[in-house]
Design a protein around this ligand. Structure first.
Ligand code: HEC
Length: 156
């Protein structure tokens, strides 16, 4: 009798502790010293990297998360020369050595640069289109955003 009363009290104490933990949960620091609320916030910020229906079909309003520094554009240019110029040409004019074999041909990126939001280019580079290969797996998100900086800079 005494025993069961003790365990009943223990259960109640455990439940109370659980309730407090659940209530405090969002404010207690997680493994990285971040609270779940902070992590959620960071995920929201990192969401600039993610893509979802909430950004709309063309991701209008979605901007490059990397600042457009001269260094970022130069890095994008180097990536472009290595990965894209064979088709798009060194200056993105659609006149690379492999361009002739492609139907429809590679776009003149200098012409579309500046006329579309960053997310549009990020999506085409990530997912491809017709003969344009997808680079979601071949290039990191950062590399794809650097390329977007290079493409947008072609307009200037
Ligand atoms: C194998 C050749 C090839 C390579 C390599 C290639 N592209 Fe393309 N790209 C194309 C073709 C072809 C198109 C036109 C797609 C279409 O018909 O819709 C295109 C279209 C695009 C567009 C869309 C332009 C518009 O008018 O909407 C972007 C942006 C682009 N490429 C960027 C890149 C970047 C950045 C790389 C390098 C990471 C790259 N491409 C590598 C062939 C290529």
């Amino acid at each position: 009798m005494k025993r069961s009363r003790t365990s009943g009290r223990a259960v109640r104490a455990a439940l109370a502790a659980l309730a407090i933990a659940a209530w405090l949960g969002p404010w207690l620091p997680g493994p990285g010293g971040e609270t779940p609320a902070m992590m959620h916030h960071r995920k929201g910020g990192g969401g600039a990297m993610a893509m979802g229906p909430r950004f709309g079909r063309h991701g209008r309003g979605m901007h490059n998360p990397l600042p457009a520094t001269p260094e970022a554009i130069a890095e994008g240019r180097a990536l472009f020369q290595a990965r894209c110029a064979a088709c798009h040409g060194p200056r993105g004019r659609g006149d690379g050595p492999a361009a002739g074999a492609l139907q429809p041909p590679p776009a003149d990126l200098a012409r579309v640069a500046g006329t579309r939001p960053d997310m549009y280019f990020f999506r085409v580079v990530s997912f491809g289109r017709n003969r344009m290969p997808a680079y979601r797996d071949a290039l990191s998100e950062r590399e794809r955003w650097l390329l977007v900086h290079f493409i947008q800079a072609l307009a200037r």
